[in-house]
Design a protein around this ligand. Structure first.
Ligand SMILES: NC(=O)c1ccc[n+]([C@@H]2O[C@H](COP(=O)([O-])OP(=O)(O)OC[C@H]3O[C@@H](n4cnc5c(N)ncnc54)[C@H](O)[C@@H]3O)[C@@H](O)[C@H]2O)c1
Ligand SMILES: O=P(O)(O)OC[C@@H](O)[C@@H](O)[C@H](O)[C@H](O)CO
Length: 450
């Protein structure tokens, strides 16, 4: 059955009542599933508590279908919070404009430069920053970075940011705050460094000075599982709403955002809706990346070898579930002692329940994609900390072996302490051999019993 499209005019009154339709104050670069389920919802909630000009201009890179869908729907879309037992559907109206970065570079630079724009948020994936994780510097040999540095219409997020900041400075408008929400350690400092490096490589040292004085780059940690939307999700939303929503997203009910409290030009009342504003992001970031994302990556690399498709499938396998519980309680959890954090049994249980939600189809191949950029902060840094504390990271090495098993050649750039660690290399080699010989499930069984 076909349904009419979601739009402001068609929205049932009970849903329309809760929609703030504010002027743009935030530009979000990276209009993917996550932004719609997370920051767009929290910003809407914040504006309901404290009204203000915090509407969002959401910027996609190439996904014209998504931008068209939003424009056709008056920028409205639904978010389904899918718990283990039921769904909660809501309509989101905090997005006020949607742009395609590569086709509308001038409009993007203008929105970034407008005085009303006071915050820029980013979710452009780990590879979107185009940096070398080992040095934290821009990959100037990346063709897109090179084209941006040469002054073409910017196609990388850093090039886009610099274009907007330059125009802002030239127009004499005040500074703003850039908040990275990607799963990267020190994400704020990383973007700040890349923006300055980009300007310096172009010889724009005066712009570096302006950025130093007028732009803040707080780091942030986000946590909510939001898989890519499927056709089945879209059909379910259409049935529930009686309207077709081509920009719908589905995520788990858990939603967390921790941000360094360093804003130069104001922000929505996010703190009134549960966003944690903190002075030191370090422990929050390490805990999230190691516990949530570390477990995800381990499940992905071992679960795919075991023939599983989603995190829920993987955790339905007793050997993998036992492995995940031990990974958290004996390795990634204890690795956080360096940050003054102690493993907590209840937290481990709650996390595994989240990841096992059978109604959230989080595909392991989506999590496993781009692994060389994810594994360092998720599993390799904890391995370093365990080795320093005299503990063998045997389970982490199994997950790394699972990753190497799917590769034709070792593509992983190991941190120096692991490259030099004979223990680490021997543990990984042994894990690869065991998986080869016995298969992944039997290997996990054996390790589980030892
Ligand atoms: N999905 C989740 O569960 C989740 C949870 C926590 C954090 N995150 C973070 O958010 C990121 C994105 O996740 P997602 O689910 O939205 O992925 P997604 O693939 O749905 O969206 C990523 C978006 O970033 C865009 N992008 C990349 N480079 C860009 C550029 N130069 N200019 C504009 N847009 C650009 C892509 O085109 C895409 O629209 C993740 O990589 C992660 O760092 C995601
Ligand atoms: O989104 P990525 O590709 O950085 O990582 C995949 C998942 O581990 C990640 O999206 C988690 O679901 C998320 O970080 C949970 O908060």
């Amino acid at each position: 059955m076909t349904h009419p499209r979601l739009s402001a005019a068609r929205l049932p009154a009970w849903l329309a009542a809760d929609l703030p339709r504010a002027d743009v104050g935030i530009v979000h670069i990276g209009l993917g599933a996550f932004h719609r389920a997370h920051q767009a919802v929290l910003t809407q909630e914040a504006m309901l508590v404290e009204p203000g000009p915090w509407g969002i201009c959401a910027v996609a890179r190439r996904n014209g279908r998504l931008v068209d869908a939003l424009v056709e729907q008056d920028h409205l879309f639904t978010v389904t919070e899918r718990g283990a037992a039921d769904d909660r559907l809501r309509v989101v109206g905090s997005v006020r404009e949607a742009l395609l970065a590569v086709e509308q570079p001038d409009r993007l630079a203008t929105v970034l430069s407008e005085p009303g724009t006071r915050v820029v948020t980013l979710t452009v994936t780990e590879s979107g920053y185009r940096h070398d994780p080992a040095t934290g510097r821009l990959r100037a040999d990346d063709p897109d970075v090179a084209a941006d540095l040469a002054g073409g219409p910017p196609c990388t997020p850093v090039g886009q940011l610099v274009g907007g900041l330059r125009r802002r400075r030239d127009r004499g408008h005040p500074g703003l705050t850039v908040v990275s929400c990607d799963n990267l350690p020190d994400n704020g400092r990383l973007v700040g460094r890349l923006v300055r490096e980009f300007c310096a490589r172009r010889g724009e040292h005066d712009l570096v000075e302006w950025v130093d004085e007028h732009v803040r780059f707080p780091s942030s940690v986000v946590d909510q599982i939001v898989p890519a939307t499927t056709d089945a999700d879209l059909a379910r939303v259409a049935e529930a709403l009686g309207l077709e929503d081509r920009a719908a997203v589905v995520g788990e009910p858990h939603r967390r955002w921790v941000v360094e409290d360093d804003f130069t030009a104001g922000r929505p009342a996010w703190d009134a809706v549960g966003v944690e504003l903190v002075a030191d992001i370090g422990p929050h970031q390490a805990a999230k990346l190691r516990l949530v994302n570390g477990t995800h990556s381990a499940l992905a690399h071992l679960g795919l070898l075991a023939g599983c498709t989603t995190t829920a499938d993987a955790l339905a396998c007793p050997a993998i579930a036992h492995f995940a519980e031990r990974l958290l309680s004996t390795e990634t959890g204890p690795s956080l002692r360096r940050f003054g954090l102690e493993p907590d049994e209840r937290e481990v249980g709650a996390l595994l329940t989240r990841l096992a939600n059978p109604r959230i189809a989080h595909r392991l191949d989506q999590i496993a994609a781009d692994a060389p950029r994810k594994l360092p902060q998720r599993l390799l840094d904890p391995a370093v900390d365990l080795l320093v504390a005299g503990v063998e990271p045997r389970l982490i090495c199994l997950a790394v072996a699972g990753f190497l098993h799917q590769q034709d050649f070792p593509v992983l750039a190991l941190p120096l302490p692991l490259r030099e660690s004979r223990v680490f290399r021997a543990l990984v080699a042994d894990a690869v051999r065991r998986i080869d010989q016995d298969g992944v499930v039997a290997t996990l069984h054996r390790i589980g019993r030892s």
